[in-house]
Write a protein that binds this ligand. Structure first.
Ligand SMILES: Nc1ncnc2c1ncn2[C@@H]1O[C@H](COP(=O)(O)OP(=O)(O)OP(=O)(O)O)[C@@H](O)[C@H]1O
Ligand SMILES: [Mg+2]
Length: 233
């Protein structure tokens, strides 16, 4: 029997979104898909970024061939694309553009969980909180009041032991914002494997980058414990 996302308490639809480009969305989408594939899930990716970085690097005959990848940057169709894939896959990951657009908002409306990556920098934190505000606004609409979107922040490209990473985390935790305990560390494995459309969990499953992503995935699997409506300052 195929493992279902619900047996593991996984959110079925996870949207990666940020108002800022280059924060590690596409890398995390690909890496999480590789992780869930490696543990027997049936992940699908919707590439909703008009730049189509996931689609363009995906090798349909390579090590991640079993991950279904669909391009859909259109606001009119994104919701049904996500819904169709969610009916056939245990988990659907949605990569969005590096700026806020209507397609991203529509994808967020369809999400169980929205993951908002940020690099450890003040500007990134501001942008991440603006995205969190948007999710809170969506959660106040009739469509989502009864089943609010679970929003999580995650710090990416973190160099261990740096003061700025500690400071940004401290500020976000002090504000009660839903930041994952696990940071995605700065590791050359991510860009090196990305160039071939690959990710650590498939290529080097016992390596530290793969274990890092497994820890992120485990936190995302914990049932909505951080799903609180919070206001950005
Ligand atoms: N954990 C990491 N360690 C090292 N490099 C990383 C990491 N995550 C991402 N990168 C690199 O940082 C750059 C930006 O990452 P990525 O393309 O995933 O961001 P993005 O948010 O999808 O960007 P865009 O908004 O342009 O779509 C890429 O060159 C990627 O390889
Ligand atoms: Mg991207």
């Amino acid at each position: 029997m195929k493992p279902s996302s619900h047996a593991l308490h996984l959110p079925r639809v996870i949207v990666l979104a940020s108002g800022k480009g280059g924060v590690g969305k596409s890398t995390l989408v690909r890496s999480l898909a590789a992780h869930w594939l490696s543990v027997g899930q049936t992940p699908a990716i919707v590439d909703a970024d008009p730049q189509a970085s996931i689609v363009s690097l995906h090798d349909a005959e390579g090590l991640m061939a079993k991950v279904t990848v669909v391009a859909d940057p259109e606001v009119e169709t994104i919701k049904s694309t996500i819904g169709d894939l969610a009916a056939r896959h245990s988990i659907v990951l949605v990569d969005t553009a590096g700026f806020r657009n209507q397609t991203t908002i529509m994808a967020c409306i369809s999400a169980d969980t929205v993951v908002i990556p940020l690099k450890p920098a003040a500007e990134d934190a501001r942008e991440a909180l603006a995205m969190l505000d948007l999710i809170n606004e969506l959660n106040a609409t009739p469509e989502r009041t009864r089943a609010p979107i679970d929003a999580r922040l995650v710090m990416t490209m973190v160099t261990p032991g740096t003061l700025i990473a500690r400071q940004v985390r401290k500020e976000l935790e002090k504000g009660g914002y839903p930041i994952l305990e696990t940071d995605v560390m700065q590791r050359v494995a991510f860009p090196e494997l990305s160039m071939r459309g690959l990710a650590p969990s498939i290529v080097d499953p016992d390596g530290s980058a793969a274990r890092n992503i497994a820890a992120v995935a485990t936190e995302l699997g914990k049932s909505g414990s951080t799903n609180r409506v919070v206001q950005a300052a």
